[in-house]
Structures are given as structure tokens and as C-alpha cells.
Design a binder for this molecule. Structure first.
Ligand code: ADP
Ligand code: MG
Length: 191
């Protein structure tokens, strides 16, 4: 049998979010786990941002706690679907209820935002993440990591974000000062 060529390394951006329990500790656990993986190289993480619950009109989100959000940049040889399995395992480890409805509060959400410049449309996985350009809490940390980043087809995230800014008056890391201090302390003790 001819050996399979190794997968090419992909640059991946993951969008992290959560609004239940110690979300910053969950973000730190994600960093620790990605750093330990033999098939993932950790590159960097954005600041943590604070945002209001977001979702479809028919769901009453007013009772939900505010969210923390972060974007992390990694490289991996995992295929997109294998990476989704890994990120879903991390969500479950953080205590996420896999049967909860889509807009429910959650301790950890991990979205695969970008996988190099691939466009993927599978029943369980769409990349770029289909709602990323409607969410300033995703675009702000993403552009913090790379202000010149474009999506597949040279889609400009900066232009997408300009349309959203008014929705996101809290788009400053200082608004999540406590979370950022906790993260900085935790991450400094990771190898
Ligand atoms: P959202 O991330 O929009 O808040 P959920 O996290 O509840 O919604 O959605 C989870 C489902 O989304 C998973 O079952 C997963 O198969 C699917 N999904 C589709 N595309 C992606 C992606 N790019 N990253 C993560 N999950 C995705
Ligand atoms: Mg998700």
C-alpha cells in the first residue's frame, strides 16, 4: 500500500466563548490542552473580551450572564473534522451539555473560525464559521491577532466589523480586566 502523504499544516483560528462558571479557567484549560497536543502547535491568544449574550430573536437571553470571548491561533496537521472532534471533546470536558439547545448558556464554546483559506461545507462543519461576520465579539479578537487578515476569497473582516461596531460598545480588553489578569497569571505557569 502506498503511504498517505502527511496532511499539510493548516493555520487555524478558534473562537472561544462561555458564560457559565469560571470561563477564564476554561480558556486556560484549552490553552494547556492545545499546548500539550502532539498534533497541534500553539501560536498565540488574543486578549479576552466581555460581551452581551447574542442570539436569535425568539430566545430570551436577558436572563443569561454576560460572555467572555477570545480567539486563539494554532497550527495543526489534523483534518478539519478531526479538529472538530478534539474541540468538541474540550467543550465536554469543560462541562458543556451536548444536549442543550443552541442558544443556551455554556461554560465553553469552541468554534473553528478559519482553517487556512479552506472553505468547507459538511453537515456538521462549515468553515469559515457561518456566523463569524455577524459577531463583533469574534471579529474584534481575531483582528487583534492579525489586523490584515482576510477570509477565503479575500473577504475583508475589517469591512465586516465596521458594520458591527455600534453593536459592541464593550469591545475593549480593559472591560474584562479581571479575566485578562487571571489568564495572564495562569498562562505564565504553562509550559
Ligand atoms: P454556535 O457556535 O453558533 O453558538 P453551537 O456551538 O451550539 O452554535 O453549534 C454547535 C454545532 O455547530 C456543532 O454540532 C457543530 O457540528 C456545528 N458546527 C458547524 N460549523 C462549525 C464550526 N466551524 N465550528 C464549530 N462547530 C461547528
Ligand atoms: Mg459553537
Amino acid at each position: 500500500m502506498t503511504p498517505q502523504p502527511p496532511n499539510k499544516t493548516a493555520k487555524v483560528y478558534l473562537g472561544l466563548g462561555g458564560n457559565q462558571g469560571d470561563v477564564t479557567a476554561n480558556f486556560l484549560a484549552v490553552a494547556a490542552s492545545l499546548k500539550q497536543s502532539p498534533v497541534i502547535s500553539w501560536l498565540r491568544a488574543s486578549s479576552i473580551y466581555h460581551s452581551k449574550p447574542w442570539g436569535a430573536g425568539e430566545h430570551d437571553l436577558s436572563a443569561q450572564a454576560d460572555y467572555l470571548n477570545q480567539v486563539v491561533e494554532i497550527e495543526t496537521e489534523l483534518s478539519p473534522t478531526a479538529l472538530l472532534q478534539s474541540t468538541q471533546t474540550l467543550e465536554l470536558l469543560a462541562g458543556r451539555d451536548s444536549n442543550a439547545e443552541r442558544w443556551a448558556a455554556r461554560p465553553l464554546d469552541i468554534d473553528i473560525l478559519l482553517y487556512s483559506d479552506k472553505e468547507i461545507s459538511l453537515p456538521q462543519l462549515t468553515i469559515p464559521h457561518p456566523r463569524m461576520c455577524e459577531r463583533a465579539f469574534v471579529l474584534v479578537p481575531l483582528l487583534e491577532l492579525d489586523a490584515a487578515l482576510n477570509g477565503p476569497g479575500r473577504k475583508s473582516f475589517t469591512v465586516a466589523l465596521k458594520r458591527l461596531y455600534l453593536q459592541y460598545p464593550d469591545a475593549r480588553p480593559e472591560k474584562a480586566a479581571k479575566a485578562n489578569a487571571q489568564y495572564a497569571q495562569g498562562v505564565s505557569s504553562q509550559t
